[in-house]
Design a binder for this molecule. Structure first.
Ligand SMILES: Nc1ncnc2c1ncn2[C@@H]1O[C@H](COP(=O)(O)OP(=O)(O)OP(=O)(O)O)[C@@H](O)[C@H]1O
Ligand SMILES: [Mg+2]
Length: 272
């Protein structure tokens, strides 16, 4: 089932034509690599799907209820947040975890006779933690951050380098487990072990993924479809990067024109 669809989308920045007439869709569980030369419009396309960049005409239809999370090439994070606060930004789970810790601490230092109010508040907080999955979320956040090479969860974002910030934004995106994950260069700033961990994580990921990366090895191991932007046109290849390399010459230089209406060769589809 399609999770989002682009229909005849056009976009240009004055003299620079980004998309002439782009149509394609992503299905549940698709793992798509978005490729193209520098400046071809890959980041712009992700921003349009995320709703952060306007389109000139056409439409982008998103399945109702599908959450789209976008990891930008250079994330803009809140400098005053700690690592953990950033990962949970927007959710109530972290506040619940903190309140649980405070209440437990107070209870441990309060005589039994005076503790009934604290107990009933603690019970309400615990119920809310169950309902929002807060217990697992904090554990998972710490696991993902550690796998991405971040161990100080209390450090302020403002004190961290661009590479660390990108990894924190990546952790936040993974943790939110959306139906559609849009990622712009997720492996930048990761060491080889973290890249391998991310590859395995994304292979098991149940949602749809559209990712930009210059790491061809990563593309080959994670994606099952390639979309290429080339001078405003979109080409879709039903395989990974090796498949794209094999089929690209056939699509762009067809060996034989059978009919003027047929632009598609082998298993390569035109415009998604
Ligand atoms: N807001 C904007 N206004 C004008 N031009 C823009 C704007 N955003 C991007 N561009 C231009 O549009 C083109 C596509 O930019 P985009 O960042 O999408 O390319 P990209 O494929 O992601 O490139 P890279 O591989 O270098 O990340 C570039 O020429 C860029 O300079
Ligand atoms: Mg880009």
């Amino acid at each position: 089932m399609s999770i989002f669809t682009l229909q005849s989308v056009k976009k240009d920045f004055g003299i620079k034509e980004i998309l002439k007439d782009a149509s394609f869709s992503l299905d549940d569980g698709d793992k798509v690599g978005l490729i193209g030369t520098n400046g071809s419009g890959k980041s712009t396309l992700l921003k349009m799907i995320a709703g952060l960049e306007s389109i000139d005409s056409g439409q982008i239809l998103v399945n109702s209820g599908a959450r789209i999370i976008y990891l930008p090439q250079q994330p803009d994070l809140d400098e005053n947040h700690t690592v953990l606060e950033q990962v949970f930004a927007g959710g109530e789970q972290l506040a619940l975890v903190r309140e649980y810790e405070e209440l437990s601490d107070k209870l441990a230092h309060t005589p039994g006779d005076d503790s009934s109010q604290l107990m009933s508040r603690l019970s309400a907080v615990m119920q809310r933690m169950d309902a929002t999955g807060a217990w697992e979320l904090e554990t998972n956040a710490k696991i993902i951050l550690t796998k991405l090479g971040i161990e100080d969860f209390t450090a302020r974002i403002g004190t961290l380098s661009g590479g660390y910030r990108k990894r924190i934004a990546l952790a936040a995106a993974l943790l939110s487990e959306p139906e559609v994950l849009l990622m712009d260069e997720p492996t930048n700033h990761l060491d080889a072990l973290s890249v391998e961990w991310l590859q395995n994580y994304l292979n098991r990921y149940r949602g749809a993924i559209l990712l930009i990366t210059h790491d061809r090895y990563f593309l080959d191991r994670v994606t099952n479809r390639i979309i290429e932007i080339d001078r405003g046109d979109i080409y879709s290849y039903a395989g990974n990067y090796s498949y794209y390399l094999e089929k690209k010459p056939l699509l762009k230089n067809p060996p034989l024109v059978v009919s003027a209406n047929i632009k598609v060769c082998c298993a390569v589809s035109w415009n998604g």
